[in-house]
Ligand binder design. Structure first.
Ligand code: SF4
Length: 407
């Protein structure tokens, strides 16, 4: 670690900076914030309530920029203007994928947007690709494991919550979720792979206390661009709407996206001979992550809860319609998920993308036709999101899709 970086992060911890992060996957990010809090960091998840953050985003960033960049920047600006934070001791943290997509460049947009009004607020990066060397959160092996475990537990919880909320409502589902988070709390910060089975079982037992539903509702999968897919603020509370319409929502895990990134690094070596020095490490990480994912899925065998799809099937299925060399945005992952859901009997799919997001229009919306040619029974609707799109229009499109819902 460079001297500058060490000095900067020492100051951050010593002076108890508040670190603002955007609310992407509420459960996973919530656990992640608890992990970093155990390391002495004061993380605050910024959850905008009304359209104020969207307007701030439009005022701070050119409206040609990606909607996720615009909305996260707007949320930060709104929070910084709220007067709740000491601007001399606050910074913002954003994940970077390191891919060729614009997600790698959001940070430069934030810095430009903060330049005049919030010059004292540093913009930090959370990435595993060696970007922003002096301003990225230091991630040693222990922290990396803890953060990854936060994702795994968050995914497991999200899956059970999605399969409970339509049947038991908010109160009972949220109570089960809170109980599990509180039980996990004691271990956060020194999470161990050795205890993962025991903790999964604890979570499962709590959710199994809820009476099994008499009849399953039709399932609707959500696939698409990662931020819009998961962030309730960005997607105008899409999940809540679908649940209210009498469906059960199926979401791919966040870990699936991480596996997709690792798979691409290995694939780049196979296709183009790149990553020569690190491919061994990527292969090891891939095998380990796959094993852990399968462990979680195995826990659900024989219960009323459906596991996530097995990751290895997804690139294989993607090749029915696209090459796995296509990796801009969510690349082959979106068509791979669509085909996998189709094969496993999930007949309704919502494909979400930020308006103007070129890669995901090609691999999301653009792939609906080839998927439907192979799986004509699939009921698939594409949905675009931007800062000025109205919720009513989106809900009308969804209602048209729901009118043809397949069980
Ligand atoms: S996937 Fe789309 S929205 Fe996300 S960074 Fe790339 S272009 Fe922007």
């Amino acid at each position: 670690m460079s001297r500058e970086r060490r000095k900067f992060f020492r100051k951050l911890e010593k002076e108890h900076y508040t670190i603002l992060i955007p609310d992407m996957c509420p459960i996973q990010i919530g656990i992640l914030a608890r992990v970093l809090a155990k390391d002495g960091m004061n993380l605050v998840v910024v959850t905008p309530k009304d359209r104020g953050a969207k307007d701030e985003g439009l005022a701070s960033i050119h409206n040609d920029a990606c909607y996720p960049a615009l909305i996260t920047c707007g949320a930060f600006v709104e929070a910084l203007k709220s007067g709740k934070y000491d601007l001399n001791h606050t910074c913002v943290l954003m994940t970077q994928t390191g891919g060729g997509c614009r997600a790698s460049n959001y940070i430069a947009l934030y810095r430009k947007a903060f330049e005049k009004e919030f010059p004292t607020v540093p913009v930090l990066s959370l990435n595993f690709s060696g970007l922003e060397k002096d301003f990225s959160l230091p991630i040693g092996p222990k922290r990396a494991i803890n953060l990854y475990m936060a994702v795994l537990y968050g995914d497991f919880l999200m899956n059970l919550v999605n399969q409970s909320r339509p049947y038991y409502g908010d109160e009972k589902t949220n109570a089960a979720l809170e109980d599990c988070l509180n039980a996990l709390d004691a271990e956060i910060g020194h999470l161990s792979f050795l205890k993962i089975k025991k903790n999964y079982q604890m979570i499962l037992n709590r959710f199994q206390e809820l009476e099994p539903p008499e009849e399953r509702k039709p399932r609707v999968a959500i696939v698409g661009e990662i931020f819009v897919k998961y962030s309730p603020y960005a997607n105008n509370h899409l999940k809540d709407f679908l649940v209210k319409q009498g469906t059960e929502v199926v979401e791919p895990s966040l870990n699936e996206f991480l596996l997709y990134c690792i798979y691409n690094a290995i694939n780049d070596n196979r296709l183009y001979g790149s990553n020569k020095g690190s491919v061994g490490l990527y292969c090891f990480a891939y095998r380990k992550a796959l094993k852990l994912t399968r462990q979680a899925n195995a826990m659900l065998k024989g219960t009323r809860f459906n596991p996530f799809e097995d990751f290895e099937e997804i690139p294989q299925n993607a090749t029915e319609v696209i090459s796995t060399g296509v990796k801009m945005g969510e690349g082959w992952l979106i068509p791979g998920e669509m085909v996998t859901f189709s094969k496993h009997g999930i007949k309704n799919i919502v494909v979400v993308q930020p308006f103007g997001c070129l890669p995901n229009h090609i691999v999301g919306k653009g792939m609906i036709r080839p998927v439907k040619e192979r799986y004509p029974d699939e009921n698939i609707v594409p949905l675009d999101f931007d800062a000025s799109s109205t919720q009513v229009n989106q809900e009308n499109r969804l209602k048209l899709m729901l009118a043809n819902i397949q069980k």
